[in-house]
Design a protein around this ligand. Sequence first.
Ligand SMILES: C[S@@+](CC[C@H](N)C(=O)[O-])C[C@H]1O[C@@H](n2cnc3c(N)ncnc32)[C@H](O)[C@@H]1O
Length: 268
Amino acid sequence: MIEKNLFESNRAAWNQAAVYHQRAFNRSLHIGFQDPKFSTLKKERNYVVNERLKQIDFSGKTISHIPCNNGRELLSLMRLGAKEGVGFDISDAAISEAEELAEIAKANVRFVRTNALEIDETYNSYFDFIYISQGSLQWFPNLNDYFSVISRLLKKDGKIIIFEIHPFKYFFENGFSFQAQNFEQLTSYFKTSPNNYPKGLDYFGNVEYESNECFWFMHKMSEVIAAILHNGIEIEDFDEYPFDLDGTPNKEVEGKFPFSYLITAKKK
Ligand SMILES: C[S@@+](CC[C@H](N)C(=O)[O-])C[C@H]1O[C@@H](n2cnc3c(N)ncnc32)[C@H](O)[C@@H]1O
């Protein structure tokens, strides 16, 4: 598949998903960000990332979130004291919502609609900190391409936190369930061809709809680690957790698989 088409399909699918996400949030973010203490990072399962964030001094720092979706996580991070933020995302609808929320939050941030792989060179060596959160890496066919951009944008000694869905969780993304024993639906850990979400991307409202075609990729843990290391970024810490970040029920195996992981790293 020509990659340009893949990214344009994903852009259309994420624009379509934004309508469902906004319905699920029911303007709670617009109301929430009016309160200077409001932060979506306060959600219970973010405690592991909050522990790491506490160890970083954000004052005077320039930070980013890639991809940033509707900006809620970057706006929450800004409340830790950073000087300036820039969020990047491919979805037109997510970026326009992020701009609305930034105005409400009165934050010194801007949001840029772009394929993350094509972020402008004016942002080279621009950031002290980049956050990468759940459901991000799966949209990039080649993680080396993605982390070469992250490395290019970081200042020397700039930090990243990756708080991501574990590849083991993606075993279940194509409908596999231990209860149903439908092993033909189990996504191979080694699968390199793209997967789809035909029933949509509404992981907030859990509404199913006929999605515009979109393409996501299984990435092995070793692929994530190699792509970071091969791009001049030093891993400082790595841990795995048994919980689901998006609350999808996998009750049969809860507590038995790693479903999320956290990596802290630094540009050499
Ligand atoms: C699951 S969200 C991850 C962000 C955040 N954790 C969240 O849950 O809102 C995935 C985001 O990736 C964006 N995205 C997908 N492919 C992209 C690309 N090539 N460049 C930039 N953003 C992309 C989508 O538009 C979407 O906002």
